[in-house]
Design a protein around this ligand. Structure first.
Ligand code: ADP
Ligand code: ZN
Length: 732
């Protein structure tokens, strides 16, 4: 970015970036009173008024007589150079138009609204003419909190009185009623409040992280430690140091369901809760968070990946917890990986990054191995907890009937746990009742009308659901193909079917099922998880959801129903994913005093990945995996980009795909290769046909520039869409 003058006088030409899908920055005249570089403004665009950001001086390549004036400057802190640079670099990296990048950075409603006010109440100067019990309680509540003010409802609730009591005190001047901006700053956090006494390992790790934050410069640390080793305790010390230095901290979590437990820990550690930023946050609260982060009224944010695009005033630390988690990759709209973007943003604002995981991604492992990232390690669980013993159960010897999935060995292990009053988790990474519904008369498998995918039966919902597009339909009575009645059958297990089996096998046990689609709200899920942690169930049946960071102290047995499931894909990360997932799930067992066991049901116990999981030889696994990827020239040792063409017309998608493959000169110039076009593994989604190409290049080549030239040779016709996925994580 060219450094620009920081201020534009009234009438000066400014370039304004808007979130409208135009591929350019538009010229305007600075409004009355002028405007700052980075200012959020409202500008006329055709007949409309739209939000924009002053991106620099105007180019002057527009008919000067037609240049219109900025309508007004909005009441928000101007976007800082650092964030503008971040959006540009991230847009360059992911080949995303700037308008879409700006949309990511302005995802809060009512940014243009004038600051709205609300009434708040604080202690007044007069004494009430007549003191009642209720009135005394109100005044005491206010005195207790010093000079703080509250809304009418809060104050009445705190004092246990009706709002009319407060109103009465206002008339008397004993309570003062004031107007205050609605978007209030967040409570201050106290970094020196309640830190736990750290073990030797933890203290050393915390010291490294603290020193990093203290340096005030960019750097990334991989914080590796088995589940339950105290990674969270340790990185909270880095957050504390960041807060002491007056800088802002951001912690990214892969799953909203994990926030509740985290908030409680922050409250205990710092005396107040951080700001939250994720899809479960209300619109008004989003606006408050967005504004307060820009004004410095929020010191600490916990959120989902999109929190990276918040207008931090002085971001000093980003923690990416469970950094290997695939949900950090956004798979729709702007295709970015929050882990990589965290590193980019931190490097631009002199912040530290902590990547925390028990099972790091191969990318991070390789970066640490190459010395690009620092690495600190916690090798043992905190307290008496030890890592669970892991064993495989060879399913070939079991000879189970085709509608049963719990082996006799696993069954008796579960029974033994229940007898001791402990919990067992049965893990299966498949939502719904059965992945396939087949007609026993004609062999037809029920598919989605809009996607090239099978419909998954969900008995809980009494419907068939497409996991691609979300389309649902009632379970039919007759086969949609041959119209035979009563021959439709469920094939294979999902979490609901496993529950059915468990209820039969363990009639006296309390069985709880945890799957992301079974809870209407995040709150209901949180309540269920808390209940389970306190022992409300004997057997937990769960999907991937339970693999992530929850603490179940009574849980001592994990049974993995199908350890081979993830190994079947052609995905280059299949081995890595299976390794991570199995280790994570196993890590749920024995987190408190009781030791745990993890049993993996498998048909291929001698598979190298299964062997690596069982032996716990992580370094060995990573080295072998790294060797294979290096040999194949794939990430992180080579670069890849996926091109996804989608169109309602399959022929047009293939025609464009073939043209791209033919006209590959820009790619050949950097030695990159194109593969495809080929139908995507899921060749139709929401009625659109999908065709993929894959580009492979050496590390260190200017891949984005070449891709831009290559793709830029073509104009998209009709409803054709072209998406470029840099470093693709999934190949669906
Ligand atoms: P991780 O993030 O590595 O899974 P946590 O930080 O969640 O581990 O720690 C696991 C559990 O052990 C938590 O309940 C945590 O509060 C507790 N714990 C970890 N270290 C300490 C410590 N030094 N003192 C007291 N409790 C600790
Ligand atoms: Zn569908």
């Amino acid at each position: 970015m060219v450094m620009e003058a920081g201020y534009f006088d009234e009438g000066a030409l400014v370039g304004v970036l808007t979130a409208q899908p135009l591929d350019r920055v538009l010229d305007y005249r600075a409004p009355e009173g002028g405007c700052q570089l980075g200012a959020f403004v409202e500008v006329p665009l055709g007949p409309r008024k739209v939000l924009g950001v002053v991106w620099g001086s105007g180019k002057g390549d527009w008919d000067i007589a037609k240049v219109r004036q900025v309508i007004r400057v909005l009441d928000a802190a101007p976007m800082r150079d650092e964030l503008r640079a971040f959006l540009e670099k991230a847009g360059d990296y992911t080949l995303t138009p700037m308008s879409a990048m700006l949309r990511l950075a302005t995802r809060a409603p009512g940014l243009g609204d004038p600051p709205s006010m609300r009434k708040v109440y604080r202690l007044g100067h007069a004494e009430p003419s007549r003191m009642t019990d209720a009135r005394r309680r109100v005044l005491e509540a206010l005195r207790e909190y010093g000079g703080l003010s509250f809304t009418l409802k809060e104050l009445a609730e705190m004092a246990g009185v009706t709002t009319s009591v407060v109103k009465g005190l206002v008339t008397q001047g004993a309570v003062a009623e004031e107007n205050s901006p609605r978007d209030l700053p967040f409570p201050r956090l106290d970094p020196d409040l309640g830190s736990k006494e750290l073990t030797g390992d933890q203290a050393a790790a915390a010291e490294t992280l603290r020193a990093g934050v203290g340096s005030g410069s960019y750097g990334t640390v991989l914080l590796k430690g088995v589940t339950g080793s105290g990674k969270t305790e340790v990185y909270l010390e880095a957050v504390a140091e960041c807060l002491r230095r007056g800088r802002q901290a951001l912690v990214l979590l892969p799953e909203i369901a994990l926030t509740a437990e985290f908030l409680t820990r922050v409250q205990a550690r710092f005396g107040a809760q951080p700001a939250e930023w994720h899809s479960g946050v209300t619109m008004t609260e989003r606006r408050r968070v967005w504004k307060m982060i820009g004004q410095g009224g929020a010191q600490f944010v916990v959120g989902a990946r999109s929190a990276l695009f918040l207008p931090f005033r002085d971001l000093g630390l980003v923690v990416v917890d469970e950094e290997h988690d695939t949900s950090y990759k956004q798979e729709e709209g702007v295709l970015y990986n929050a882990r990589d973007m965290a590193v980019l943003r931190a490097s631009l604002c002199g912040a530290r990054v902590v990547l925390a995981s028990a099972t790091p991604s191969l990318e991070s492992w390789a970066n640490a191995d190459a010395g690009k990232y620092d690495k600190v390690e916690l090798t043992s669980r905190y307290g008496p907890a030890v890592m669970p013993e892991m064993r495989s159960l060879d399913m070939r010897a079991e000879k189970l009937p085709s509608d049963r999935w719990i082996s006799t060995a696993l069954q008796s292990a579960v029974n033994a746990r229940i007898e001791k009053g402990e919990q067992a988790l049965l893990f299966i990474n498949r939502r719904g009742y059965a992945p396939v519904t087949i007609c026993r008369a004609c062999g037809h498998q029920i598919g989605c009308d809009h996607c090239d995918a099978r419909m998954v039966e969900h008995r809980f919902l009494k419907r068939l659901v497409c996991h691609q597009c979300g389309e649902t339909k009632p379970m039919p009575e007759i086969c949609p193909s041959c119209e035979t009645e009563g021959r439709l059958a469920a094939v294979g297990p999902g979490v609901e079917r496993l529950t059915e089996e468990a209820v039969k096998l363990f009639p006296d046990a309390r069985v709880a099922t945890l799957s992301s689609d079974m809870f209407g709200s995040a709150r209901a899920l949180k309540a269920e998880i808390e209940g389970i942690a306190q022992g409300s169930a004997d057997i937990i049946i769960g999907t991937q959801l339970v693999a992530k960071g929850h603490n179940f102290p009574l849980l001592t047995l994990v049974g993995v129903i199908d350890a081979d499931l993830g190994l079947q894909g052609s995905d280059l990360r299949a081995a890595e994913r299976t390794f991570q997932l199995m280790r994570q799930v196993a890590g749920r067992a024995g987190r408190a005093e009781k030791s745990g066991v993890a049993l993996l049901q498998t048909y291929q116990p001698e598979h190298p990945v299964i062997r690596a999981i069982l032996s716990g030889d992580e370094e060995g696994f990573w080295k072998a995996e790294a060797g294979e990827r290096r040999h194949a020239g794939v990430p992180p040792y080579g670069r890849m980009a996926g091109i996804i063409l989608s169109s309602s017309d399959v022929q047009e998608a293939f025609d464009l795909g073939n043209a791209l493959a033919r006209q590959d000169a820009p790619l050949r110039r950097i030695g990159a290769q194109v593969f495809g076009p080929a139908p995507a593994p899921i060749a139709r989604v929401r009625g659109r046909h999908r065709v993929r190409l894959l580009v492979k290049a050496d590390r260190g080549t200017p891949l984005q520039t070449a891709l831009r030239q290559w793709v830029g040779q073509f104009r998209l016709k009709g409803d054709m869409r072209l998406a470029v996925d840099i470093d693709p994580q999934s190949f669906y």
